[in-house]
Design a protein around this ligand. Structure first.
Ligand code: SAM
Length: 214
């Protein structure tokens, strides 16, 4: 994701602390209280500029969506989109997903979305891939029994790596699509990257997987 220096970002984030939550650890086990309802919590990791989370929040008003995005210059764009949408079922967090277990309690999350995660193709960067084992451990910890991990990418290498990683973790694969758009899934909301790559004719891969538990 291209990042530009945005000198106004800090002020914007301070003014919009109700949308981009500054101390997310304070809400561990209290996210539903923050939303003021008991609706399920869905978390997107690497939210980028926010097209997916805003589209999903409109489509599913009875779900609470939380987007985690590392880059400040990117999350401010997502926050502007959330603001414009007027949806009150979205919050954003500027954090590294490595800290997921400091933000959410065991079983607090119903679904985790990974959309077009950075591929980190070099072997020495494997641990940074959001589908590597140490990240799966974090997702398993926060996801409720039967909660889904839904992963989309255009990157064949990352998709193959991830399927192997899920299988080594003994996850159950509920769906593997090698051409998502061929399925014409009416519930599929496209991300910015998805629009860009599918416009170039590249297939989009999707996998839905669950942890087996004990
Ligand atoms: N999901 C968006 C889409 O599909 O258009 C953006 C995809 S972009 C390739 C990946 C995004 O993930 C970037 O905005 C990056 O800053 C974010 N990201 C990468 N590693 C992350 C991490 N460990 N925690 C949170 N966000 C991360």
């Amino acid at each position: 994701m291209r990042q530009r220096n945005k000198p106004w970002a800090d002020d914007f984030l301070q003014e919009n602390a109700h949308l981009v939550i500054p101390n997310p650890g304070d809400y561990k086990n209290k996210w539903q209280e923050l939303f003021g309802n008991e609706n399920p919590i869905h978390v997107e990791i690497g939210t980028g500029k926010g097209q997916f989370i805003v589209g999903m929040a409109k489509q599913f008003p009875d779900i609470n969506f939380i987007g985690i995005e590392l880059a400040k210059s990117v999350i401010v764009t997502a926050a502007q989109k959330v603001q414009e949408s007027g949806q009150n079922n979205i919050r954003l967090i500027q954090e590294n997903a490595e800290n997921l277990n400091e933000i959410f309690m065991t079983d607090e999350v119903s679904t985790v979305y990974l959309n077009f995660s950075d591929p980190w193709p070099k072997n020495r960067h494997e641990k940074r891939r959001l589908t590597s084992r140490s990240f799966l451990e974090r997702y398993e910890n926060v996801l409720q029994q039967d909660g889904e991990l839904i992963f989309k990418t255009d990157n064949r290498g990352l998709f193959e790596y991830s399927l192997v990683s899920f299988s080594e973790y003994e996850m159950l694969l509920r769906e593997v699509s090698l051409d998502l758009h061929e399925l014409h899934d009416p519930e599929n909301i496209m991300t910015e990257y998805e629009e860009k790559f599918s416009a170039k004719g590249q297939p989009i891969y999707r996998c839905k997987a669950v942890f087996r538990g004990e």
